[in-house]
Design a protein around this ligand. Structure first.
Ligand SMILES: [Zn+2]
Length: 215
């Protein structure tokens, strides 16, 4: 937005950048931000940090983001810290818990969709009109019955019901399946790499180590 007034001195970017880094470092050793990050992600927290640092200088967070977009070194320094925040074990656990509840609901809905069974009230009332319509159609026609997906959905629901739950763990290598993958494929049995092996697809180069793609 602004890069400082044409007559005034240039914005104190080095100071601002240092303050951003030290604020993110301080966050990493505190815990108050974790519940927020678990529900809305790291972006709003990062934005608030930028606002608090940029606004007293008469600058906008987007001017700082512009600077990062142009400078790979500065960007890397910020990304490394955001990635560290995202890897906080308490945050990962909370996100995994939230994902598990979401997956459980999705899988129940899918189970009724695919099997054409009448869902119990707690599932029915949680659906939007379109989903209710789909369920009605499925129940009437039986066409939605899927011989491949249904057993996978049932398998995932069985895992969710076990204690301790093996849901979200790769069946082949035992590592935790990435949350992003589980969001897309809640019935996934394996991590992406093992799934490729199962399907005989050649391995892809490892995914980038910095999972935060904020800019
Ligand atoms: Zn695996």
């Amino acid at each position: 937005m602004t890069n400082g007034s044409p007559e005034g001195p240039p914005p104190p970017w080095p100071d601002i950048h240092r303050t951003v880094l030290s604020t993110l470092d301080a966050l990493a050793s505190s815990t108050g931000w974790i519940p927020t990050a678990a529900t809305v992600g790291i972006e709003p927290i990062f934005e608030r940090v930028l606002q608090q640092i940029c606004e007293p200088q008469g600058l906008t967070p987007s001017a700082y983001i512009d600077l990062l977009t142009r400078d790979a070194t500065l960007r890397g320094e910020v990304q490394k810290r955001l990635a560290k925040l995202m890897e906080n074990p308490a945050l990962v656990n909370m996100r995994r818990e939230a994902q598990r509840r979401e997956a459980e609901h999705q899988l129940h809905v899918l189970h009724y969709l695919l099997s054409g069974q009448k869902p119990p009230d707690w599932v029915w009332t949680s659906l939007d009109e379109e989903q209710q319509e789909q369920l009605r159609d499925a129940a009437e026609s039986g066409e939605e019955k899927d011989p491949v997906l249904l057993p996978r959905v049932q398998g995932a629901l069985r895992k969710l019901a076990m204690t301790p739950t093996p849901y979200g763990q790769c069946e082949d290598c035992g590592t935790a399946i990435l949350l992003e993958r589980l969001q897309l494929v809640p019935w996934a049995e394996c991590c992406a790499a093992c799934q490729r092996k199962r399907e005989g697809v050649p391995d892809e180069p490892p995914e980038p180590q910095v999972p935060v793609l904020y800019f």
